[in-house]
Design a protein around this ligand. Sequence first.
Ligand SMILES: [Zn+2]
Length: 150
Amino acid sequence: MAKAKKKRVTVEEFNLRNFIVGLCRGAYKKTPMYADARNAAKQEYFVKSKKGSDMRRVHYKCAKCGRYFRDVKGARKIAVDHLDAVVNTKTGWTGYDTFIDRLFNGRVQVLCNYKGLEDGVKSCHALKTLEERKELRETKKRLKAEGKSK
Ligand SMILES: [Zn+2]
C-alpha cells in the first residue's frame, strides 16, 4: 500500500522520545506476546465455495463488543490493545524503564479497530484510546500546573 509522503522533520522539530517510543511500539508487534494475543482471539473456520472446495476464513473476536472482524493487510480491523495504557494516564511519562516494561510485559487484548462507524458504532480501540489520551492530557496539565512536567 502506498504511504502518504511525510514532511521531512528538521533537527529542531525532531523529538527523540517520540521517535524511540514509535520504534518500540513497532518492535512489540514482532514479539511472541503479540502473536499469542492475536491467536487467542482468532477463530478459524472453513466455508464451502460455489465449486465445493473449502475456503479458509479467519476472524478475530473483539474482547469488548464481541463482534468478529477480519484482519487483512491494508484494512486492519483489529488491534492488540494494552489493558493498562502503555504510558500510565494517571502519572504521565515516568521514564524508559517503565515504558518498556509496560509495553512488553503488560496484559493485552484484541479490540476492534477501524475508522468511522460500523454498525453505527465507533471501534472499541478508538474509544478506549480517545479516553486514555484525554486522561493523559489532563494529567500533563495538572503536572505542568504543579511545576513537575518534564
Ligand atoms: Zn469491539
